[in-house]
Design a protein around this ligand. Structure first.
Ligand code: ZN
Length: 276
């Protein structure tokens, strides 16, 4: 099932057409996309009963963030070896966890306002279906609602300002968490642990890898984070970016107003982000 936020209303595809979830379910489920996690098992069962699945045509300019108001947004730094190496970091022995504050989360219809030196970071984003506290890796995937595509946009100047790094602030400017186009449940994916991940600018490849290259895989991340703090329904985890970011290039390269960034994860979708 693909679940998306069409102009503020939770929607899905049934037989290739857009269906409004509240209307199609006789208001059994809320129209508010964030509330899809209130009774996630029932929503999934309803989707199966009405044949929700596949993909169809939709006006992407009306798409907002599929998970618009997560209580917590976790993000993982240096989770692909080649990305750690391009930044001259050693490969971490434990996950490097920071936050993107939830107010930075936007969807495909949002044009992102750019300060200076803004860098791209395509990432597979995990949405949590139910409260997870001290969950073992072997059980972790049963806590996952699905995947979406994200960009962990980064103001590299702010990120590195001061004697200690400011990762969270530099990565939480308004609009710096584009997500979308939808939340895809794992049954839609043939190989959820190995998806091609690719971003491009005007047809030029910026980043290309596979999610099987993650140093710490999704079950490991859920076990690691949930051992310390409960994950809540509707929380997001940005799982880290592969190599090819702008700051590590010679010379460094950043986004500019007018750029249109396309971020694609196999089977999950294309997230198109415009910059002004
Ligand atoms: Zn990142």
């Amino acid at each position: 099932m693909r679940l998306f936020n069409l102009a503020g209303r939770l929607s899905t595809f049934i037989d290739g057409s857009v269906a409004d979830v509240a209307t199609a379910s006789d208001n059994r489920f809320s129209s508010d996309p964030q509330l899809m996690f209130d009774d996630w098992p029932a929503l999934v069962a309803w989707g199966e009963s009405v044949g929700a699945g596949g993909v169809g045509e939709v006006d992407t300019q009306q798409l907002q963030a599929p998970v618009p108001r997560p209580a917590q947004v976790f993000a993982i730094g240096l989770n692909y070896r080649a990305h750690a190496a391009e930044g001259i970091f050693s490969v971490p022995e434990e996950p490097t966890v920071f936050t993107k504050w939830p107010s930075c989360i936007v969807g495909p219809s949002h044009a992102v306002e750019l300060p200076v030196d803004t860098d791209w970071e395509i990432e597979l984003v995990v949405a949590i279906a139910r409260r997870a506290y001290r969950v073992a890796a072997s059980e972790a995937m049963s806590y996952v609602a699905g995947f979406t595509v994200g960009q962990d946009l980064s103001d590299r100047v702010l990120q590195r300002k001061g004697p200690a790094p400011q990762w969270s602030l530099g990565k939480s400017r308004y609009g710096f968490g584009p997500t979308g186009p939808w939340l895809v449940t794992l049954d839609e994916l043939d190989t959820p642990t190995d998806l091609a991940i690719h971003s491009s600018l005007a047809g030029e490849t910026l980043q290309t890898s596979r999610t099987s290259m993650l140093i710490f895989d999704i079950p490991t991340l859920i076990e690691y984070i949930s051992e310390k703090c409960p994950l809540l329904p509707g929380d997001l985890i940005f799982t880290g970016t592969p190599e090819g970011v702008g700051y590590a290039r010679k010379p460094p390269r950043f986004l500019h107003p007018g750029d249109v960034l396309t971020s694609t994860i196999e089977g999950v979708g294309d997230l198109v982000t415009r910059f002004v």
